[in-house]
Every structure is written in structure tokens, then in C-alpha cells.
Design a protein around this ligand. Structure first.
Ligand code: GLU
Length: 476
């Protein structure tokens, strides 16, 4: 039936881009300019470890500089290659445009398995990789700002930030050279869980639109929905935790490296994550059925499927067997373009990666702004806000007393109302607003145009339109 070959990740991103530009009226030539990756820098460097020289290969790819700095994570994985990094950099361009983070798109990668190295060795490797990139301005607060991705986290970002500061001792904005740093090294509250939180906010917003929910053949709210998650890393873990603990969703399946767990009554995600960290796998976790062939659980009956691991996991081969009516792409590129066609023809609703996992870069944007402004969000207004709320409460209580009505405020209200917003509350509010607004801009296009078949095409249309507008504004 489907005669073409499985497209690579890079081809998939291009095919999805092409599907959207075919519906646009871009001036000749601009389409290609936006599609291509501006530059990819390959670096091979040596680090002497365990008594011998080891050579590592790393990449930093810049997809689009229509806004600077360019932004995107650095991935540590053995499979990292130029095509993958370029596809990921392209996705960053469209992701940033869709959530209105004022950045171009970039991505980096280092071919190594972090499990093969001790912490002190990883530090030397990271610092050397950072050195190579910093001296070429491929890490710089004004030009190129990395962040965590698969295989990296706060620890690596702290090393990169410190390496930059050592090489740029008089740069007052040095901390803004990278995001996803620990709080005590210039990070921001809520960045670690931001991508997972963004997935939760994306689903909450989706379920605020009954028309959209009906397109997936579902109804009601997130409460009681059966969810399968692939990958219990930073993104999958936080998304599953928040959805189950706060929205009443039931995580019935979790797929990990060593197989999958299934329990129709729902899994305790916090306990499972502890187990995973302690045992290095999910096998043996009590109260669930373990299947060694994890991928088969992708095909189980459920309401929402959340691929939160690698690209290319839903292919033309397994797509016809996927039963979930709603898929949210927490990972980048988990559905190939071929699988996307198959799923769309079957009516599956897909909340696409460029939107679904944009929570990470959104909070990275807040962190970058915090670093440039050299002040924590909320520091100036928090107590003033509390004092004004106190004024109102005092007045209400006086009125109630003086008039003899004898009102009492409901328990808990006073505490909640009096508490001024700190950095974490502000970050969550900013992220929630961003995810809602971006979804609305996509759905508007999806519903307004009969030739726009899905949310992905709508998302690309919105993004490409914004990127081309900034090219025009620059006179390029
Ligand atoms: N690596 C994350 C992503 O793929 C975050 C990027 C960032 O914060 O710059 O979106």
C-alpha cells in the first residue's frame, strides 16, 4: 500500500516542512533558504584518559540565524551523527518560532555513551568539547546558547558555564552562555521538569477544546484517561508523574530500555522511577507485568500514547498496529513521516514535537533572561504583592466585624491568597501561558483551513510564517 521507503529523521523533518510550505505562498527561493541548515561544525578532539589518548567526535549545527542567539540542546549518545543533529537543529528553529522564544535554531551532539565514563572523565571530556566550541563562538550568550538534551543535564551545563567563564573572565553576561544550569550556578527554578510540565500543559490545553478531543474520538477531561509512556527519562518521567498525580490520568504502560511494564490499574510513577534508578531497569518492579519485547506495548490499547525517548520509534512498519487515538510527541521526531501519513489516514490525532516538547526551551528562555537581568524573578515584587493582599484581607475582616455579619474566610484561602509569587510560580505561569497560546495559534489554522490536515502541518505553517516574516523584516 505504502510504496515509499522509510524516511530518515532528517528526511522526515524535510518532508513535514515541505508539506506545510506547499500550502504557503512564499516568495521563490525563500523556502529553500528556510529549509536548509546554515552550518554544521564538526570537531574531533583528544582527551588523555585511562593512560591513553581518546578521540571524540562532536557537532554543533546552526539551522537558522534569523534571530540570535541560536538555541538548542547538546546530546550525548553513541548514535549521534551529523544528519541527526541537523534534523534536531531544524526542529529547534520551528519550535522557538511556535512558542515565540526569540531564538534561531541550533543543536549539538557528542558521540559517546555517558555510561562508559566516570564523572571526572565526563567533566574533562565536556570541558574540552566546550573549549572547542567556545573558542569558535559556538557557545556565546549573544550567539549560541546550548542546553541539556538526551544524556546531558544540569551537571554538564554547569561545567560548560564554568568553562566559558574561565575563557571570558570579563564577560558580565557569562552565565547566559548556556541554560539548564543548576540553581546555584545561575539556573532557574522549574527548568529540570520544564519539558515534562510543558507536555502536561499541552494536554490540559488540548482537553479544553472538546471539538479537538472529539477528533481523536475521545471525550471528557484527562481524568481517568489511560496513558502509555515510552521512556522514563527526564521528560517522560515528569510528564507521567504530573499527569498521574495532578490530572487523574492512569499510566498503564511504561516502556524502557529493558522492556515494558503494564498494569491496567495504573503504575506508581514516583516509585517506578526510584526502582529504575536503583536497579538500572524496570524489570522486577512489583505489581506489574513485565514484557521483554518493550516495543509491543506501544501497540497496546490506550487513550494517549506519549513517546518520550528517541526519534523514529513509530515507523511505517508498526504504525498500522498503533491503537492510541491520541499521540503526543514528547520526544523529537518519534514518528517518521511515513508513519505520520499512515496514522493521519486512520484519524489518529498527533500533538507534534515542535509544540509538545517546547516547554524546555521556553523555560530556557526565562533562564537566559534571568541571567541577563542578573536578578531572580519575583525578587522585587513578591513581598509588595503580599502586603497589598494583606491589606485587602484586613479590610474584609474589619468590614465583617464592624457590620456584625461575622463572615469568616474559608480555610486555606487566606494562606493561598496571601502568598506572593516566587520564581517557581512565575515560571509555571509563563510556561502555561506559552503552551496555551501556542496551541491556540496552531488550532486556529487547523480549523480555519480545509487544506490543513493536522496539527503538525498547522504548527509548521505558523512557524514558517514567523521565520519568513523575520527574514523579510531584516531585508534578507
Ligand atoms: N534540548 C531541548 C529541546 O530539544 C531544550 C533546548 C533548549 O532549552 O535550548 O528542545
Amino acid at each position: 500500500m505504502h510504496r515509499f521507503q522509510e524516511p530518515s529523521f532528517r528526511d522526515s523533518v524535510d518532508l513535514m516542512f515541505n508539506r506545510a510550505v506547499a500550502l504557503m505562498d512564499l516568495e521563490p527561493g525563500l523556502e529553500e533558504k528556510i529549509r536548509v541548515c546554515n552550518a554544521t561544525y564538526t570537531v574531533r578532539f583528544g582527551v588523555r584518559l585511562r593512560g591513553q589518548m581518546h578521540t571524540f567526535t562532536g557537532y554543533r549545527s546552526v539551522h537558522s540565524e534569523h534571530m540570535e542567539p541560536v538555541k538548542g540542546g547538546i546530546r550525548y549518545a553513541p548514535e549521534v551523527n551529523q544528519n541527526e543533529v541537523e534534523a534536531l537543529a531544524a526542529l529547534m528553529t520551528f519550535k522557538c518560532a511556535l512558542v515565540e522564544a526569540p531564538f534561531g535554531g541550533s543543536k549539538g551532539g557528542l558521540c559517546l555513551n555517558p555510561r562508559d565514563w566516570e564523572e571526572h572523565e565526563l567533566e574533562r571530556i565536556t570541558r574540552r568539547f566546550a573549549y572547542e566550541l567556545i573558542k569558535r563562538d559556538m557557545i556565546n550568550p549573544a550567539q549560541n546558547v546550548p542546553a541539556p538534551d538526551m544524556g546531558t543535564g544540569e551537571r554538564e551545563m554547569a561545567w560548560i558555564a564554568d568553562q566559558y567563564a574561565r575563557m571570558n573572565t570579563t564577560d558580565i553576561n557569562a552565565r547566559a552562555c548556556v541554560t539548564g544550569k543548576p540553581l546555584n550556578a545561575g539556573g532557574i527554578a522549574g527548568r529540570v521538569e520544564a519539558t515534562g510540565r510543558g507536555v502536561q500543559y499541552a494536554l490540559q490545553e488540548f482537553f479544553r477544546h472538546p471539538e479537538d478531543v472529539a477528533k481523536a474520538g475521545l471525550s471528557g477531561t484527562l481524568d481517568g484517561k489511560r496513558v502509555i509512556v515510552q521512556g522514563l527519562g527526564n521528560v517522560g518521567f515528569h510528564a507521567a508523574k504530573f499527569l498521574s498525580e495532578e490530572d487523574g490520568a492512569k499510566i498503564i504502560g511504561v516502556i524502557e530500555r529493558d522492556g515494558a511494564l503494564y498494569n491496567p490499574a495504573g503504575l506508581d510513577i514516583a516509585a517506578l522511577r526510584d526502582w529504575l534508578v536503583r536497579h538500572g531497569g524496570v524489570a522486577g518492579f512489583p505489581d506489574a507485568t513485565h514484557t521483554a519485547e518493550g516495543a509491543t506495548v506501544l501497540e497496546e490499547d490506550c487513550d494517549i500514547l506519549i513517546p518520550a525517548a528517541l526519534e523514529g520509534v513509530i515507523t511505517m512498519e508498526n504504525a498500522p498496529r498503533i491503537k492510541a487515538p491520541l499521540i503526543i510527541e514528547a520526544a523529537n521526531g518519534p514518528i517518521t513521516a511515513g508513519a505520520d501519513d499512515i496514522l493521519r489516514s486512520r484519524g489518529t490525532v498527533i500533538i507534534p514535537d515542535l509544540y509538545a516538547n517546547a516547554g524546555g526551551v521556553t523555560v530556557s528562555y526565562f533562564e537566559w533572561v534571568k541571567n541577563l537581568s542578573h536578578i531572580r524573578f519575583g525578587r522585587m515584587q513578591r513581598r509588595q504583592e503580599e502586603a497589598r493582599h494583606q491589606l485587602l484581607i484586613d479590610e474584609l475582616e474589619r468590614l465583617s466585624r464592624d457590620s456584625g455579619i461575622g463572615w469568616t474566610l474559608s480555610p486555606g484561602f487566606k494562606d493561598k491568597y496571601l502568598r506572593g509569587a516566587g520564581e517557581l510560580e512565575l515560571v509555571r505561569s509563563g510556561l502555561d501561558d506559552t503552551m496555551r497560546t501556542a496551541y491556540q495559534s496552531m488550532r486556529e489554522v487547523w480549523h480555519a483551513r480545509a487544506d490543513v490536515p493536522d496539527l503538525r502541518t498547522a504548527g509548521y505553517l505558523v512557524s514558517i510564517d514567523r521565520v519568513s516574516a523575520s527574514y523579510r523584516a531584516k531585508g534578507l
